[in-house]
Design a binder for this molecule. Structure first.
Ligand code: HEC
Length: 113
């Protein structure tokens, strides 16, 4: 990391985001109920708990495009300006903090390590 010059954003972070330590708990607490292992409560036919499913195209939508947060529906949805588009849905009583959103964006930008 010390060798990277001219990329201030990268130098601020000593280590890449860890899926197990940082990302999984966020998704697990806020998304897996509706996008996880339980078929009964799964919404939009989309799983975020299995990598292959999360990066796959699902009805033309890719929740996660490693390395490209802007193309990732997950990022579009957690940052959506309109409350009807935002995830988690308002009615779910769940909400991401700005820090949690930043972690998800960084993780995808770093290629989902
Ligand atoms: C209470 C249930 C619920 C929770 C919790 C929830 N979602 Fe959703 N999600 C839905 C429903 C219902 C839809 C389909 C309607 C829509 O597209 O808004 C959806 C759609 C989506 C889509 C679009 C899928 C597609 O094929 O178009 C994405 C991406 C998404 N959710 C991401 C997330 C993320 C990330 C979280 C956690 C931060 C989350 N959701 C939490 C219910 C939920």
């Amino acid at each position: 990391m010390g060798l990277i010059v001219g990329h201030a954003a990268v130098m601020l972070w000593a280590e890449p985001v860890s899926y197990n330590r940082e990302v999984r708990p966020i998704l697990s607490n806020n998304c897996f109920f509706c996008h996880g292992p339980d078929e009964e409560t799964r919404e939009a036919g989309m799983r975020l708990d299995v990598r292959e499913a999360a990066v796959a195209e699902n009805d033309g939508v890719r929740a996660i495009v490693p390395g490209d947060p802007g193309a990732s529906a997950l990022v579009q949805r957690v940052t959506a300006a309109h409350v009807e588009d935002r995830m988690p849905p308002a009615g779910s009583k769940k909400e991401l903090t700005a820090e949690e959103i930043a972690i998800l964006q960084r993780w995808i930008a770093e290629g989902c390590l």
